[in-house]
Design a protein. Structure first.
Length: 62
């Protein structure tokens, strides 16, 4: 259980948690693995279709 509304959900799963709407922001880390990138694209579309426009933040490799 995610408890009460919080500011940030860091989602480390490949699927979107049912309770994500309780959070003001959701962060997902996407690596260059093809399966993970595919799941992330599906999540991106799903968030957008539900009225939550995603923003991406590209981080440089270390």
């Amino acid at each position: 259980d995610s408890g009460e509304h919080s500011d940030l959900l860091v989602n480390l799963d490949l699927s979107i948690p049912a309770f994500f709407k309780r959070f003001a922001r959701v962060a997902e880390v996407v690596v260059e693995d093809p399966a993970i990138r595919l799941a992330a694209r599906e999540s991106f579309r799903s968030y957008r279709e539900q009225g939550y426009p995603p923003q991406d933040h590209r981080l440089q490799r270390l």
